[in-house]
Design a binder for this molecule. Structure first.
Ligand SMILES: [Zn+2]
Length: 120
């Protein structure tokens, strides 16, 4: 059910912007979805087709841009993606590639944003 509420918010945002732009129809909505957001693209499109019925966004296509997980090391401040670093040094994927610290802060990958909409 997570995707349903998310999809409803996406639709609301798109409709507000379309109305402000004086557009009659929304053709496409570009979304930025983080790897860690837990959002399944197919489910969002499925729910969107349902919630957008009888709105100017009916039939709009959702375009997903997936962004990777990003960590920031609490010890040295390095920002990195999991799995980066020296393959010769065994360490968990989430460890800091510079100092090996294992409790990074998540700084990217949880986002879900409406990047832009195309109207017609
Ligand atoms: Zn570090």
């Amino acid at each position: 059910m997570h995707e349903l509420s998310v999809t409803q918010s996406v639709l609301d945002i798109a409709l507000v912007h379309a109305e402000r732009a004086g557009a009659n129809r929304i053709l496409r909505i570009h979304l930025v979805v983080g790897e860690l957001s837990g959002i399944v693209s197919e489910s969002v499109q499925f729910y969107f087709d349902f919630v957008s019925r009888n709105t100017p966004a009916e039939g709009a296509e959702l375009v997903f841009l997936h962004t990777p997980t990003r960590f920031r090391c609490r010890a040295c401040g390095t920002v990195y993606e999991p799995g980066e670093g020296d393959e010769a040094t065994p360490r968990p994927d989430w460890g800091c590639p510079l100092c090996g610290e294992l409790r990074p802060e998540v700084v990217g990958g949880r986002e879900l944003l409406v990047e832009s909409i195309e109207v017609g």
